[in-house]
Design a protein around this ligand. Sequence first.
Ligand SMILES: [Ca+2]
Ligand SMILES: [Ca+2]
Ligand SMILES: [Ca+2]
Length: 204
Amino acid sequence: MFSYVFTVQKFLIAFSIAQILCPIADAVIIKGTTSYRDDAFADAASSTGSPLIYGGALSISDALSGSDLTTGVEFVGAETVQIDFIDNTIKNIAGNDLVIFEYGANPETISLTVGSMESMSIVYASVFSFQEGGTNINEIRVDLNDFGIAMGNSVSSIFIKVGDSAHKPEISGAASLEPIPEPGQYALIFGLAILGYLLLRRKA
Ligand SMILES: [Ca+2]
Ligand SMILES: [Ca+2]
Ligand SMILES: [Ca+2]
């Protein structure tokens, strides 16, 4: 009994140490009801033509990179906006892989090009939305299967155009839906490893 209590105590200490050693536990950004990895968001952007920049962003890249969904670009014509992922990629996992955030009360249609798939007009029958900075943000969820990307493969750039010339979308950003590794699982693994080490040392 004594050694059992002793082991549990050691495990709890090891688990606590492991939690401290796992900074990944805090690396989460929540938008709406979804948790994103802190590197999931777009890292750079550029455009043909001159879409309007809103939210006080300094450039198209500033407007579309990062997790601030109060900044973005509004299409004015036939420009193509390129969004790039640098410290992460968009990987084809099971289900949806990518979220494009569109700003405003009414969700608008976009034309999206991914990889070698020319283009595809996307009309959103079911769009998730949430509030940020007092404004409605629509989530355009995309499955790379629809663009001929094989499961497990990744892309680093996406291209957006107006889908319906009567309605000009405002794009606030984009993010990968690749799941976040469970910090608890990491802490448990590290905790068990530390415990094993301590037990082995005790036996030696
Ligand atoms: Ca990123
Ligand atoms: Ca933004
Ligand atoms: Ca997918």
